[in-house]
Design a protein around this ligand. Structure first.
Ligand code: KIV
Length: 309
């Protein structure tokens, strides 16, 4: 039986020197694809604002939107921990209001933990979240919610003073009780220093190879988003280009009368036209989560779609 996912994997992997693989997900399909690919954890990032909702940055994203996307991810039962971003404005308020927002992400969104951008100045709200039994992932470096204060999307922590300050902030987040720390867009040497200084794992994005794990945005990794293309993104596929080509072929086939064919059409009698895909029963979901190695992941995507006779 698949064991229910827990956050214990973060500490365990750091102790064992095993890399942690995290990716963002925003809906059921992205969650299932990432889980089937074997990632260790999913982050419902507020990057949803840029790669899904069409905003120029993450600032407009609301708690309602995060709850909506987080619930879609957890309904997939991906079998790995799901962490939800606290969006801008949701924790820049009183600790009481912050906790109320985070509880929505847990109760309605199904998140196991939340991520909060910032260091020492977030101490009070992080303690309040932990008091409410909500585990917190920290986030330092280029924190996109501070884009205007930082003067743009720029590398952070360059120079001795800035590096020492970030090391101090990282130690603070560990002492306060964060279970892991995202380091975004900082020099690789600084990320290595922070990683060696902490007992909690660091997860880098644009922070070089010495962190305990890596995270990328789903749409960046798969070549689905062309808006901003930071240097730290490696595209492992060009699905955007493949999707455009598929659309082009679909449009041409419709216009030329080549789609739908007999295999996509229904007869008067409920006989099965040759070539029609047979519906197979989906796998019984294991208690506690589907798990990336569960059979039938693709079948579960295909089943339940329309076309029943
Ligand atoms: O919102 C997001 O996707 C993030 C990751 C880039 C760490 O915060």
């Amino acid at each position: 039986m698949t064991r229910p996912p827990t956050l214990a994997l973060f500490g365990r992997k750091k102790r064992r020197g095993e890399k942690i693989v995290m990716v963002t997900a925003y809906d059921m399909t992205s969650a299932l694809i990432a889980a089937a690919g074997g990632v260790d954890a999913l982050l419902v990032g507020d990057s949803v604002g840029m790669v899904v909702l069409g905003y120029p940055d993450t600032l407009p994203v609301t708690v309602d939107q995060m709850v909506h996307h987080c619930a879609a991810v957890t309904r997939a039962r991906p079998g790995v921990p799901v962490i939800a971003d606290m969006p801008y404005g949701s924790f820049h308020v009183s600790p009481r209001e912050t906790v109320r927002h985070a509880i929505r992400l847990v109760k309605e969104g199904g998140a196991m933990a939340v991520k909060v951008e910032g260091g020492r100045r977030r101490g009070e709200v992080i303690r309040a979240l932990l008091d409410a039994e909500i585990p917190v992932m920290g986030h330092l470096g280029l924190t996109p919610q501070s884009v205007h204060k930082l003067g743009g999307f720029k590398v952070q922590g360059r120079g001795r003073g800035a590096a020492d300050l970030m090391l101090d902030e990282a130690a603070f987040l560990e002492e306060t009780g964060c279970f892991a720390l995202v380091l975004e867009c900082i020099p690789a040497t600084l990320a290595g220093r922070i990683t060696r200084a902490l007992t909690i794992p660091t997860i880098g994005i644009g922070a070089g190879p010495e962190t305990d794990g890596q995270v990328l945005v789903f749409h960046d990794l798969l070549g689905l988003y062309d808006g901003v293309r930071p240097r730290f993104v490696k595209r492992y596929a060009e699905l955007g280009a493949a999707a455009v080509e598929a659309m082009r072929v679909f449009a041409a086939e419709v216009r030329e009368g080549r789609f739908p064919g007999p295999e996509h059409s229904f007869a008067d009698e409920p006989d099965r036209p040759a070539g029609k895909r047979r519906r197979v029963p989906g796998p019984a979901a294991p208690a506690g989560g589907r798990g990336p190695d569960a059979p039938g992941y693709l079948a579960s995507l295909e089943n339940g779609r329309g076309g029943e006779e």
